[in-house]
Design a protein around this ligand. Sequence first.
Ligand code: ASP
Ligand code: ZN
Length: 221
Amino acid sequence: WGDDAPMMIVVLKKQFGLPISSTKNTFKDAGQGVSAYKNFITTYDWYKDTLGRTSFDGKGKEIKCVVNSPAAKNNASYLGGDFRFFICGDAPAFKYALCAGVDVIGHEYTHGVFDAITADGSSMNFSSINEAYADIFGCLIDNDWQMAEWLGEPLRDATGASGNELWGTKYPDTYLGENWSNNDCHINGILLSRAAFRMTQRGFTNEDVAKIWYQSMFYGY
Ligand code: ASP
Ligand code: ZN
């Protein structure tokens, strides 16, 4: 990437603060760094081009992502509050690290967007809605309604094609009804992400769906 100042810094576990564009270092986890970098750029550009939103905070905030983070083993996360940066982990349980997919990075980035726009909350309702928005935008950016389908088996499936059961957990058809989870907001979020998916099957374009659901965040989701 040469010596241009990067728009975004990928921070490595043992070398905090070095930009990924540095040519002076060798990176043990270059794969994760490069994947995160590429997918954040794709996501950043998608939000800017589709919704006119610059960075996840809407104010051009520099994006920081720690890769190979032990705090995100087999996972990826947005850290809100005073932190407001991203972490991606090594993934011994999976075929690829989670930062390899633009749907996952789009999901985490959307947590940052949601965090910046909506009120704070921690109830199961709030968290389930938060996860749904994260999946909806991750899927829109990826143009595929299964989350992390590139792992072989999707992590979540708004289409229902995988039989309403993922990794041994059935997901709900109704709010508080059968299969509503008391402990996994990600599973509950499928109830809402499925609604967005179905809009795409009833004549709404991805761009329509993106604009409508984005706007709804400002109305208190
Ligand atoms: N780290 C999060 C979790 O597994 C992933 C996410 O939903 O963003 O709860
Ligand atoms: Zn999430």
